[in-house]
Write a protein that binds this ligand. Sequence first.
Ligand SMILES: Nc1ncnc2c1ncn2[C@@H]1O[C@H](COP(=O)(O)OP(=O)(O)OP(=O)(O)O)[C@@H](O)[C@H]1O
Length: 593
Amino acid sequence: MDKKSNFLNILKIIFSVIIKACPAYFIFYALSDMLQGLSYGFNSFLMQKFYDSINTILDNGGLATMSYLLAGAVSLVIISSQLLDGVANFMYSNMTKKLSGHMNYIVNQKLIRLKAILYEDPNKLDLINKAFESSTKCVGLVFTFISMLAFHIPYLIFMLFYLASIQPWLCVILLLMFVPMSVSQLIKSTFFAKQEDHSAPLRRSLEEYENNICSKTFFKETRTLGIYGFFRKRYINILDDLNKLNWKTERKSCIIELCTRLVAMIGYMVLLVVLIVFSVQGIISIGQFAAVFSSIGLAFSVMQGVVDRNLGLVSRNIGFTKNYVNFMDLPELSPEFNFCESDNDDIILKDVSFQYPNANSFALKDITLTIKKNETVAVVGENGSGKTTLAKVLTGIYEPSTGSVSVMGCDISEKLPYSRISAVNQKFNRYALTLKENITISDQKGDESAIPEIIEKINLELDPQIFPDALETPLTTEFGGVDLSGGQWQKVAICRGIYRNHDVIVLDEPTAAIDPIEESSVYRSFTEMSKDKTAIIITHRIGSAKIADRILVMDQGRIMETGTHDELIKKGGKYAEMYNLQADWYLIEGSNT
Ligand SMILES: Nc1ncnc2c1ncn2[C@@H]1O[C@H](COP(=O)(O)OP(=O)(O)OP(=O)(O)O)[C@@H](O)[C@H]1O
């Protein structure tokens, strides 16, 4: 077992997080629990004295004052323990809400800082998927431990000493009952940890199929193409697998629990028999017999509580807690990652190769490239040639597997001038916000007066039929707004990218859904607006590449050709071939320029 997933280490990490979150509650809860445990033990001791005093009066006569005093003391202890129980419950309900919120906040903060490449790794995705569930289970684990340490264990230690003072055998029998129960919980903990490991990928698939069936984006296609039944079948199969997994673990754990309960019951019986034999033989007094007899039931149920409920909960939750600790251990960006100042405005890639997690081949291979300040570079190439990956590496979303990337003087493995970079991604987001918010969200300190000009240049017509509330029109039908066509959404995404204050902008197929005639006008406007910016445009439309100062042609992760449009045409290589294949389109485009 590595040091991080060591049981004690996990507890140390979780306890320090939780104690820091609400130390005062924590101390009060532990204190009231501990006093309650001790009051239970003390009560047994007082009961024995009470029964002995009654016995003495019955045998020898005399005044009952002592018995009354002892009865009063017993009542006082019972009332105090009830009050302490109330305090502990109050603390418990307040602390669980506060702590669950706090743990979720920590997970959210961590998610923001996670390196983007982790989302490409299925194992890490499982860990991310488990994170929220794990965080609340950690709270459960800590409470179980507090109540074990503060209530159950002090009470049991008190009882063991008490029983040992009466007759050491009683103590030995009580302890022996513990052993099989504890072992069974250890075995059960491995079952539950294994179950969680197998469940997480299944849960992720279940969510995916649920999304395929119910979500708005998938629904249209699954309905039109009749795919609904396919996903439903898969959904049911996965649900079935999850239930089987759950049933298997529960069944195994129940069998083990049943056996240990039987052993415990036998121990309990033996204890009672020993108690009766000892009292008949006069080894223990009537008071001791009565006190132990009346409190042994409680001691037994407390013990069962420790082993069955508490250790059971620990065994279930420790797996989740381990996941939480592993999740919190995932590599993250440094806190100062987004703050890099430098006078160098070039983007420099040296011998860059990149491989996705679990991929068999490299998506980028040996790329050495310098993009000068204010240069416009177009990247073209066939599907899967590595264009989008190059864009992600250029913008520091992914670190290269080998080689180095420096963006405006900052080594992206350490720092990145994010505040100077903007992008329009191939898979851009459609936010359920107003048109204005969909644009300004990229730069919340931006100058909103620039919006009309950007919208106009990108040809996003504010037709009142489409945008009844102009910029304030919500772009979502789910919240009483409108939906847009694919091309209109793409224009909104371009406006969002341009609105962000930037020195470098990456456009990854930004006009794929815009008709070719409008496209050339969008590109003209874009070039005009990006005169003093560095722009990287990824496109399949070779006509768009013509506007660039330089064109990179990618093939199987490598830069195959580089040059201006004219140079590449003259060269007669891959670019020229692609250009000729799209010749018809160029003729149309040419007649518009
Ligand atoms: N998340 C991923 N995990 C594993 N491999 C990936 C992942 N994303 C892309 N790839 C692989 O990396 C290679 C380059 O993909 P990339 O998306 O960069 O190509 P592209 O040139 O942008 O393609 P397209 O023109 O179709 O958008 C492809 O072989 C692809 O299969």
